[in-house]
Design a protein around this ligand. Sequence first.
Ligand SMILES: Nc1ncnc2c1ncn2[C@@H]1O[C@H](COP(=O)(O)OP(=O)(O)OP(=O)(O)O)[C@@H](O)[C@H]1O
Ligand SMILES: [Mg+2]
Length: 385
Amino acid sequence: MINERVRARAETLVSALDAHMLASFAPDARKELRRFSAGEVAELLGVSTSFLRKLHFDGKAPEVETSSGGRRQYSAEDILALRTLLDTGKAKGSYLPGRRDGEKLQVISFLNFKGGSGKTTSTVHTAQKLALKGYRVLCVDVDPQASLTVLFGFRPEYDFLEQGTLYDAIRYDDPLPLSAVIHPTFFPGIDLAPGGLMLQEFEHETPRALLENVQPAFYGRMAAALAEVEDAYDVVLFDCPPQLGYLTMAALCASTSVLITIVPNMLDVASMAQFLQMCADLLDVVAEAGAPMSFDFMRFLINRYEPNDGPQQQVVSFLRTLFAGEVMIAPMLKSTAISDAGLTQQTIYEVERGQFNRQTYDRALESLNTVNDEIEQLLHDAWRR
Ligand SMILES: Nc1ncnc2c1ncn2[C@@H]1O[C@H](COP(=O)(O)OP(=O)(O)OP(=O)(O)O)[C@@H](O)[C@H]1O
Ligand SMILES: [Mg+2]
């Protein structure tokens, strides 16, 4: 019987995955972020290594761990302490670049209904880079698949099986405040509202809630939940599921900006055309119902880019011709460093350079940094800096 076979395969997989997770992380041990070299810290802070050394020499910088070879190794908390130290006087705002009075919270949805187009990968890399740059980031896992939640070292099927996901904050029946489901993560500067299978309930419950006119309606629920915590963050990132359901619409309607991830091949572009059409139709409906519809920016983010692939080049120039400035200048390179890091639920910013082929790692890092710098610039544009 097919049902029994499916169940058997599910059970085999679940236990194999458990074993894999146990091998990657000790039981109950949370993920821990690696330390950063003086060179990396200087680059993140935008200072020279000699300036950094002098801060230590003058006893101004907090003491940090040293490796057996005597090299300083900084935790992300150390980097943040340095930012706080340096962010004074004339330099105010340049080391702690978060939003200032009058600048509104930036909420970005990573979107596309094509599975595997890189929504989760871009969300997590952007979140981590912005956090390392000193922004206060909230990641919201809008996907019942909960891939983003897993990347932060949680096990949705154990940690939040019954409760504790974003669902509890947007459900129609007695919702919790969003703060009740937000968790700090192993990555300083990033909090997470986890996803999980329970989120699927939102798709099932919304039709009834619409009939019964429960307020706020689905498109207002994510925004209403965010309002409670918005003072605590500079940037919120929504990792959307690969479907255009009520969850995605709710995330979109709470967003100030959208990044549509796209793999440059014709099938994906054709699928994106349909997606955009459906999206526009649905947005028409919710706009009529009164949902806010003004975005600061919308960009196409090219992912899995292979500079030597002729057909891809053509698709990219096709997109740039059609959408001009709406295609991000920086693409995300297709890189085995990104997919290999993903195998152990890590990102390029988490792994040690030494574990990878240097050239492969450096190219992936450079590509992601350029993408994230461009996103940071878009945030600053939205804040009119
Ligand atoms: N630039 C890249 N180079 C190599 N591998 C990549 C790249 N971007 C993403 N991947 C890999 O592709 C897979 C799918 O990516 P990801 O999970 O980010 O897509 P997604 O759009 O979130 O998928 P879904 O629609 O299922 O949520 C992951 O295993 C990821 O490691
Ligand atoms: Mg995803």
